[in-house]
Unconditional design. Structure first.
Length: 268
């Protein structure tokens, strides 16, 4: 099968897995995101074993990390929405569910775009498999270690935030990883996908593969900064007049450690 044939299969997998967004459009970028990463990780594993490509245990481990990453993300988001009434209220306000429903054609456009994005993000691993770079170990191992570190940061930050919000629901999380940055989960996300890209830079062939792989990484970084911007605005609106919040938010980098970027929102 040609590489375009595989692209078509993987794109369909990505679309099917994030189609849950038609139930609630925010799911395109949350629960459906996790589902798509799971589906693509499994699809890459199947192609490695069934396609007769050269692969190694480290490349397979990166695919397994996709499955773990997606399962953790989707599971956490669904559990938080089902169990946390305050979060459901915030989500409802953020997505304006009470207003006029989003037109179907807009949902379809979002669906098409995010399906491409999720394939682009994960594509470096498939390129390594397809291009027969199974003999390389060192760079993929470095990538897996970086991705694993990002996944650990995300997992710890989510637990720390849940614990701190349960203790004090009227203040943002400020302890643990939140001393380092205000959005450690977004930082972990960036680190995870940086590992995916780094682990395959010596396996990319041609301008097309480089464009897809690098563009996927750039776009997810932009999505993370956009998420940090929206969070910054919500927190400013809710906690902006609190001295404790001002002391924390005005002196803690929002997403990148040691970089004095404290706010990315614009306030009226």
């Amino acid at each position: 099968m040609s590489i375009w044939g595989y692209f078509g299969i993987f794109y369909v997998v990505s679309l099917l897995c994030c189609a849950i967004g038609f139930k609630k459009y925010v799911y395109f970028l949350s629960v459906g995101y996790g589902f798509s990463v799971i589906g693509l990780g499994i699809a890459y594993l199947v192609s490695a074993f069934a396609g007769g490509f050269a692969w190694n245990i480290v490349t397979i481990l990166q695919c397994v990390l996709f499955v773990i990453y997606g399962a953790r993300l989707s599971g956490f988001l669904l559990a938080r929405e089902l169990k946390n009434g305050n979060y459901r209220k915030v989500l409802k306000e953020a997505t304006k569910e009470d207003e006029k429903p989003m037109p179907v054609f807009v949902k379809i456009a979002i669906w098409i775009c995010v399906g491409l994005l999720y394939f682009a993000q994960t594509s470096p691993v498939f390129y390594r498999i397809y291009n027969g770079k199974g003999e390389d170990i060192v760079l993929p191992l470095i990538g897996v270690i970086i991705s694993a570190c990002g996944l650990i940061i995300e997992s710890i930050s989510d637990k720390q935030k849940s614990a701190q919000k349960a203790e004090n629901p009227n203040m943002v999380a400020t302890k643990g990883l939140f001393k380092m940055v205000r959005c450690p989960n977004y930082l972990g996300e960036i680190i995870f996908w940086t590992g995916v890209l780094i682990g395959s830079v010596n396996a990319l062939h041609g301008v097309g593969q480089w464009i897809v792989a690098v563009l996927g990484w750039i776009l997810i970084v932009m999505v993370m900064f956009n998420g940090a911007q929206r969070l910054d605005r919500r927190q400013e609106k809710r906690y902006g007049n609190m001295k404790e919040y001002r002391d924390y938010a005005d002196h803690t980098p929002i997403i990148l450690p040691l970089i004095p970027l404290y706010h990315v929102g614009k306030y009226k």
